[in-house]
Design a protein around this ligand. Structure first.
Ligand SMILES: Nc1ncnc2c1ncn2[C@@H]1O[C@H](COP(=O)(O)OP(=O)(O)OP(=O)(O)O)[C@@H](O)[C@H]1O
Length: 740
């Protein structure tokens, strides 16, 4: 390894995604090209680099950097260049000159140790001093983290994420418990954390390590939808991960339970191991369901049949028997699940229930798990529907900096009736938060299609509640005439029943285009989306058509289809600003999706007369503007909400010309295009196909090989999730805890 020292005189290239940088390093003797991961580098900075000389075919001799360290500039010129480089917010070129003229070589010492003295410089007030100190500190801390962590193979990009999460506590957190990184930082797995741990000197058989491995295994299993793991499975998986003896794992499981980090529940001869929040939520859901169902509901003193007749007359419909039953249960029973596939009249039933309650002065509140599902519910009911998170008023309590729900047992939701749609998407944690915020006496109506994919989060709540037979369930099974005319609806039910589909009926809305190779499928999809569908169906290629894929990777996965579709749906143009992040290009006009809930992300309209906060997982928007100087991408959602993302926040956004079927849950689109090709069996499943097809309102086009379509229809291997909700609800019922 060789070392060089000098000042950065130019930055030739910087990849914002992974920090790869090509720069010129100058010292009194010469100027050389250095390359490597140096994300925080800026012109004027003095650094020391460690690495080796290489010879590049095209670019000649360059220095490949393994490790870099900032050195405090000592020369007046160095200090001036550093301060004026733009790295310290609040100091421009003029101000830098003034400061250096005043304090000379002691400038950096003053900023660090006696910042109040900056006020001696003309034009610097307290506010400016605070800004300079904060920015200087952040810069220093980030550098320290990079220097400390890069030997463990953590890329600078992750260092930035780590810094954002823990701020100046980062090194302390990592030294105390490196495994915390695996829990908190998306993309850092147990293996990386374990590597740091071993370098810090944590032994393979250390109980800390094994305990963290057990917690990590349980955390990972949440990603597969499990609310607990049977002990034998947990032990097997932990042994595989940690390469230690089973006895030690067992011992650590007991210690974790003793420390109340996990809960062990006995069921028959098995031990079920839960992470605490999941145990509390599962029990809490059971308890709340019992409480809510047992309560005496206020008698509305109405003739239900007469009330139904009034609404039927107003709407010009006649409810089917099961719809009628659902309405009666909602009013008389008080807690009910209404379930059914597409076109079975769920919306019509909800609307009838709303009308009857409102005709009788009852306050009805509507909510759904995602922003898009709530928007759709608002549209079909002509009444405001909120996301469940908004209904529960997610926010910061005065004495805490953690987001939490303001609505709970003490401060319940004010309503006589609460109707929740798309309940299949609600996981066990959210269901508990919701139920605990409902006051006994409030009527609760849960609506959903239990054949859709289960929630992304742990649990199989809707299905378990239905299977338990503890809550009254009304199943809507009749497909109404109007709905029967749609092959989308008819085929969706056929998929659910494992039957062959009606393909390509003339004048209908469900087509299969046979293509064999992946290349043919991609070309066909591009042709359909960019030209033929907009032309023949008069739909907007960006807003109305959604391509859905079951997978992320591969030629026909979301990542590649987004790259291919972007080339045709939003071509590069001189007037369109774009920024290249190597893996992906963000360009003005791009269709994008927010991929995680961000309850505090601010938005405002163009003339800044309206603003708010909260952008949710699955929200689709368009890149509106890119400010390369400020390093900000602006995205517009719902035609008016403009949201800014700094470059290092772009991991919250994905292109969405194509999205995964999982992400499309709860959303509907006029036209859906789905590639049908080989994939691992768990991604060729009936409920994935069913969920994808039922997202379309006007037209479904499948493109690919019909043998995989047939395989999907047959493959009813329901992803079995470890969940104890149904069993527990029944157990409580048998033990006489439920009156009804
Ligand atoms: N009792 C009824 N008599 C006649 N038509 C009905 C009846 N109930 C619903 N419909 C019609 O059937 C179609 C589907 O109904 P609705 O939209 O309520 O079902 P849904 O289960 O919400 O469907 P989706 O899940 O596809 O939105 C609509 O056109 C609706 O007008």
């Amino acid at each position: 390894m060789e070392r060089l020292e000098g000042m950065i005189s130019d930055i030739v290239f910087k990849n914002e995604d992974n920090g790869y940088t090509i720069a010129h390093l100058a010292n009194s003797d010469n100027e050389v090209v250095i390359v490597g991961c140096m994300p925080t580098l800026s012109v004027g900075e003095s650094i020391e680099v460690e690495g080796k000389w290489t010879n590049h075919k095209t670019y000649g001799t360059q220095f490949e950097v393994n490790k870099f360290m900032p050195v405090t500039p000592t020369s007046l010129e160095g200090i001036y260049v550093y301060l004026s480089s733009g790295m310290i917010h609040g100091i421009g070129e003029k101000m830098a000159k003034k400061i250096v003229d005043k304090f000379g070589v002691s400038t950096l010492d003053i900023i660090q140790n006696n910042p109040h003295r900056l006020s001696e410089v003309d034009g610097i007030g307290q506010k400016k001093i605070d800004q300079i100190v904060k920015s200087y500190e952040e810069n220093r801390e980030l550098r320290n983290i990079i220097i400390e962590l890069s030997p463990y193979g953590i890329t600078p990009n992750y260092c930035m994420k780590i810094y954002k999460k823990y701020k100046n506590k980062a090194i302390e957190v990592i030294n105390k418990n490196p495994y915390k990184l695996a829990e908190d930082i998306r993309g850092v797995g147990f293996k990386i954390a374990d590597n740091i741990a071993s370098k810090i000197g944590i032994e393979k058989n250390s109980k800390d390590r094994v305990s963290q491995g057990i917690l990590y295994t349980l955390n990972q299993s949440l990603g597969n939808g499990h609310t607990y793991l049977p002990e034998n499975i947990l032990i097997q998986e932990a042994i595989k991960l940690l390469e230690v003896k089973g006895e030690l794992v067992k011992e650590c499981i007991l210690e974790l339970a003793y420390d109340q980090k996990i809960h062990i529940e006995k069921k028959d001869n098995q031990h079920l191991i839960y992470l605490i929040p999941y145990y509390l939520s599962e029990n809490g859901v059971c308890k709340q369901i019992i409480k809510l169902s047992q309560h005496e509901f206020k008698d509305l003193n109405i003739d239900i049949e007469e009330e139904i007749r009034v609404v039927e007359k107003e709407e010009g419909i006649k409810l089917a028997n099961n719809q009628m039953l659902a309405v009666k249960e909602a009013i008389e029973g008080g807690v009910v699940i209404i379930t059914g596939g597409p076109g079975t009249g769920k919306t019509t039933t909800i609307n009838t229930i709303i009308k009857i309650f409102e005709n009788n002065n009852q306050e009805v509140v509507l909510a759904a798990p995602t922003g898009r599902a709530a928007k759709r519910m608002s549209e079909t009911s002509s009444k405001e529907a909120k996301t469940i998170h908004r209904l529960l008023e997610m926010g910061y309590a005065t004495d805490s900096d953690e987001l939490q729900f303001m609505k709970n047992e003490e401060e319940p939701i004010k309503a006589d009736v609460i109707i929740i749609d798309e309940v299949s998407m609600v996981d066990i944690l959210l269901m508990y938060s919701l139920l605990r915020a409902i006051k006994p006496g409030t009527r609760v109506i849960l609506v959903g299609d239990s054949d859709q994919l289960p929630s992304v989060g742990a649990g199989n709540v809707l299905k378990d509640m239905i299977d338990s037979c503890v809550i009254k369930v009304v199943r809507l099974t009749e497909i109404f005439r109007q709905a029967q005319e749609s092959m989308i609806v008819v085929n969706a039910h056929k998929i659910n029943n494992g039957q062959p589909l009606h393909l390509n009926s003339k004048g209908k809305d469900f087509f299969f285009i046979r293509k064999n190779t992946n290349e043919e499928i991609i070309n066909e999809i591009i042709g359909l989306v960019s030209e033929r569908l907009p032309k023949f169906y008069n739909v907007d290629k960006l807003k109305d058509i959604q391509v859905l894929s079951s997978m992320r990777k591969g030629d026909l996965g979301v990542t590649n289809l987004n790259i291919e579709l972007q080339k045709h749906l939003n071509k590069p143009e001189k007037y369109k600003v774009e920024e290249n992040f190597q893996r992906r290009i963000f360009r003005v006009g791009d269709k994008v999706m927010q991929i995680k809930n961000n309850y505090t992300r601010k938005w405002e309209n163009e003339d800044k007369t309206d603003s708010g906060e909260g952008i949710y997982n699955g929200d689709i928007g368009y890149v509106y503007h890119i400010d390369k100087d400020k390093r900000i991408v602006y995205v517009i959602f719902d035609q008016v909400k403009i949201v800014s993302y700094t470059y290092d926040e772009l991991d919250e956004l994905d292109h969405s010309y194509c999205t995964t079927i999982h992400k499309s849950q709860g959303s509907e689109f006029p036209v859906v295009v789905i590639p049908i090709t080989w994939a691992p069996p768990m991604l060729l499943s009936r409920n994935l196909l069913y969920t994808a097809v039922t997202r379309a309102k006007k037209l479904v086009v499948l493109v690919g090989d019909v043998k995989y379509l047939e395989y999907m229809i047959k493959n009813n291997r329901i992803n079995n999730r470890h969940s104890n909700l149904s069993y527990k609800l029944n157990k409580f019922k048998e033990e006489g805890l439920l009156i009804k």
